[in-house]
Write a protein that binds this ligand. Structure first.
Ligand code: FAD
Length: 381
């Protein structure tokens, strides 16, 4: 396999934004290695709100903002807060400049803007090592190896394999698990769901649990049932058994005393999936630059979902591409040092925000959530 100067590991939003931006800057000697077998093989992921100064800025710099706008959903920026008794406390944020787009659509826009031969599908990185004179070696799941890449960029998400050559830090379980369910367009419950929960995102807080209901690009709904759980809770579940999963959620331990409005959603939810939530710590973001490797996006600073993750990942991609552009391919180590100097405080802030948001949400009710998180949302009373 020919050796590129730059290997980007992972074709998520971060890796693809980086690839596109390197193309735009005329830096063409890179390859993206992705473990999935093709663009459609990954679990698609939810709807993401793209913010003006971060995600949108990166898309503008990548020359893709107009394409993004074709898919961006301004009607889905609404945010509603409710309680477990079925009351809606308020709704706000309609039309704000943070339009939603499905992860799959965002990735498609980026993929279409990167030459197809620059993405290698089915390459599951197992290990990076540095041998004599700092020469890198990448080992993939099928036994393929690649030697002499000058810069390995880990955009391989929470469980990054590239991270191991840079820092001993490893994400820790947050004590929370999101169980995801869906109400699809063809569900007999769909019309009721749309009427009850409407556009955008609907957060319900009660008894130290949450539900987050999120309208997707095709009009269907994704629901996250946010629970405080032991680390390996999801391994005890058979999520293929939808009825058993519904019964578990409806039990007195979880949503048994919530209003019919919420329990009806559980009774009709399908396609269950578990997201145990992990986070790096703020202290983890302090490594000394390593020659020949760096991290971007969740690989660098995964945290509890805080509404910024993808925006930050795209900002990292922009900052790293810009730094490589400025320093040139001959000075990659300098480019990495400059990029990491800016990335650390961004990552620390995001991790802090993830902690604050998570503590604010898993409370007795929406009043307490507002006390803790209202000021962050710009709500004074
Ligand atoms: C339940 C949940 C809800 C979320 N909601 C939001 C939200 O509303 N808004 C928001 O901004 N963020 C949200 N996030 C966070 C957001 O999804 C991430 O911050 C974002 O996807 C990070 O992008 P990334 O490209 O860095 O990593 P990822 O999206 O994780 O992409 C990593 C890529 O690397 C590939 N890969 C992994 N390992 C390897 C390997 N060994 N070899 C090769 N390829 C590999 C993966 O297949 C994937 O394609 C949420 C996260 C979760 C879990």
């Amino acid at each position: 396999m020919p050796t590129p100067q730059i290997a980007i590991i992972g074709a998520g939003p971060c890796g693809l934004t980086l690839a596109r931006l390197l193309e735009c800057k005329g830096i063409k000697d890179y390859i993206v290695y992705e473990r999935d077998d093709g663009p459609d093989s990954s679990r698609a992921g939810g709807s993401l709100d793209i913010h003006p100064e971060t995600g949108q800025h990166a898309l503008r710099e990548a020359g893709l903002f107009d394409k993004f706008k074709d898919h961006a959903r301004y009607a889905d920026t609404a945010f509603a807060l409710g309680d477990k008794n079925g009351n809606k406390i308020f709704q706000m944020g309609e039309g704000r400049d943070a339009p939603e787009i499905d992860r799959a659509e965002l990735c498609k826009i980026l993929l279409d803007a990167v030459p197809a031969d620059k993405i290698k599908w089915g390459y599951n990185l197992k290990e990076v090592t540095f041998g004599d004179e700092g020469r890198s070696q990448l080992r993939f799941g099928d036994g393929t190896t690649l030697s002499g890449v000058r810069l390995v960029i880990g955009t391989d998400g929470a469980w990054s394999k590239v991270r191991r050559v840079i820092t001993e830090a490893s994400p820790q379980f947050s004590g929370k698990t999101y169980l995801e369910g869906r109400i699809r367009r063809d569900s007999p419950f769909y019309e009721t769901m749309a009427k009850e929960f409407g556009p955008g995102m609907y957060l319900t807080v009660g008894n130290k649990k949450i539900t987050i209901t999120q309208r997707q690009g095709d009009g269907s709904y994704r629901i996250y049932f946010g629970l405080q759980t032991p680390e390996h809770f999801s391994r005890t579940l058979d999520l293929q058994n939808m009825e058993a999963t519904r019964q578990l959620l409806l039990s007195s331990k979880y949503y048994g005393d919530w209003a019919a409005r919420h329990k009806d959603v559980i009774r009709h939810a399908t396609d269950f999936w578990a997201w145990p939530l992990y986070t790096l710590s703020k202290e983890d973001l302090s490594w000394k630059s390593v020659s020949g490797a760096t991290l971007c996006g969740d690989a660098a600073h995964v945290t509890i979902p805080n509404g910024e993750g993808v925006n930050l990942a795209m900002t990292d991609a922009l900052e790293l591409a810009t730094s490589i552009g400025q320093h040139g391919i001959e000075n990659l180590d300098e480019a990495v040092k400059q990029y990491e100097k800016g990335m650390f405080p961004r990552g620390v802030e995001s991790i802090a925000q993830g902690e604050v948001m998570s503590e604010a949400m898993f409370v007795e009710g929406p009043e307490m959530f507002l006390q803790r998180f209202g000021p962050v949302m710009g709500l004074t009373n």
